[in-house]
Design a protein around this ligand. Structure first.
Ligand code: PLP
Length: 410
């Protein structure tokens, strides 16, 4: 297969400028995207790539979805931002659609995922003091090893990954980490001061780690037994990605607080939210929390259309079908380089016995953009609109790339 990823002068120039003027807080693949549509990306030299990253699951609906684009343009001509000092005519419909779809009384709209996680943390602490009766300042939130909930100071305080925290202290107290999947350790970690358990129902950044079946259900039972809130961070796993509307649905669990983001903005605009029923969300009073951009009319119009696309195009079912087909194809590849293929729906992890960056680069040369998450795990997460032809394209090229890294040319 022809290698297609030699960097042109134009691409080199852009990469150099980014490195020169931008902070070096990422280590991206050297693919300079110029436009995108559906599951495809085109670089500045006109080469086409299958997107298996989907902006970390923010583009579940596919790039430049015409319906979301139309909603965005139409709203941009009317009014984009009012702040919450005023009301706007788009937010109520969006919130009604979101809460009905997710099955909660109320939602608090924010922008990025990290902000929605912060919202959930504050809400859980508030509930701990005002409902559970925890002594002020003593509330604890149980979190899991290898979690990823974002990058704010409170959130990195809950992280167990040393490089996320190094020289960013003093950190925020009150987080108790336990090993992901270890129910007995979790039971031991619960104290009378525990207000919440915060969990990703499948760990995405952690390496596509799927907990044992029934793990979430057992945690939910533990929460009920000890009067603790079950807080699910479905920013990456939610809105169809795992072949259910939410990954918690797989275990039949309804969280007390649900956190959504990424695909809620359809890849166009950052929109996130924390959702809960009235006895919990009702604890927020005017002035307690907010954001200038949260719930703005442009974001509300975009998110409304993004939700419609997920429902009306049956993206949940498509993720389930396409994910099963891709996983079956990956498992059929007989290669000593592949240690494990795991995941659910279109959130797939391929564990390798070599650095995943090596395979990621080989894939890029063959027209596939897929990125390592942990050192040895490649994450495969294309937009949910992927069709059979694109799946065949993916599997053919993936096989070829794996064969090439097994037998490198001298
Ligand atoms: C599970 C999870 N939570 C939170 C976040 C943070 O979202 P954002 O980058 O929009 O702040 C991410 C981002 O990757 C995520 O995967």
């Amino acid at each position: 297969m022809k290698a297609m990823h030699a960097l042109s002068g134009r691409a080199r120039e852009l990469i150099d400028a980014e490195e020169r003027y931008g902070a070096h807080n990422y280590h991206p693949l050297d693919l300079v995207v110029e436009h995108a549509e559906g599951v495809w990306l085109w670089d500045v030299d006109g080469n086409r790539y299958l997107d298996c990253i989907s902006a970390y699951s923010a583009v579940n609906q596919g790039h430049a979805h015409p319906r979301i684009l139309a909603a965005m343009i139409e709203q941009a001509k009317r009014v984009t931002l009012t702040s919450r000092a005023l009301r706007n005519d788009r937010m109520p419909g969006f919130l009604e659609k979101l809460t009905r779809l997710c099955g909660f009384d109320m939602a608090l709209p924010m922008n990025t995922g990290a902000e929605a996680v912060e919202t959930a943390m504050k809400l859980a602490r508030r509930w701990g003091y005002e409902v559970k009766g925890i002594r002020d300042g003593a509330a604890e939130i149980v979190v899991f090893s290898n979690n990823f909930h974002g990058r704010t100071t409170a959130i990195i305080s809950a992280s167990t990954t040393p490089e996320y925290k190094r020289h960013f202290g003093p950190l925020v107290p009150g987080f108790v980490p336990v090993a992901y999947g270890d129910f007995e350790a979790l039971e031991r970690a619960i104290t009378p001061n525990t207000c919440a358990i915060l969990i990703e129902p499948i760990q995405g950044e952690g390496g596509v780690i799927v907990p044992p079946d029934g793990f979430l259900k057992r945690i939910w039972g533990l929460c009920k037994e000890h009067q603790v809130l079950f807080v699910a961070d479905e920013i990456q796993t939610g809105l169809g990605r795992t072949g259910d509307l939410f990954a918690c649905d797989y275990d039949g669990v309804k969280p007390d607080i649900l956190v959504v983001g990424k695909a809620l903005g359809g890849g166009f605009y950052p929109v996130s939210a924390a959702l809960a029923d009235e006895p919990v969300m009702g604890l927020f009073k005017p002035g307690d929390h907010g954001s200038t951009f949260g719930g703005n009319p442009l974001g509300s119009a975009v998110a409304s259309a993004a939700l419609d696309v997920i429902v009306e195009e049956k993206l949940v079912q498509r993720a389930r079908y396409a994910g099963a087909k891709i996983m079956q194809g990956l498992r059929a590849i007989a290669s000593p380089a592949i240690v494990d293929v795991r995941g659910r729906g279109l959130l797939i992890g391929v564990e390798l016995n070599l650095r995943a960056r090596i395979l990621s680069k080989a894939l890029l040369e063959r027209g596939i953009a897929a990125k390592d998450t942990q050192e040895t795990v490649l994450r495969i997460a294309p937009p949910l609109v992927i069709d059979d032809d694109a799946i065949d394209y993916f599997l053919d090229r993936f096989k070829d790339a794996v064969a090439a890294i097994q037998a490198p040319t001298a």
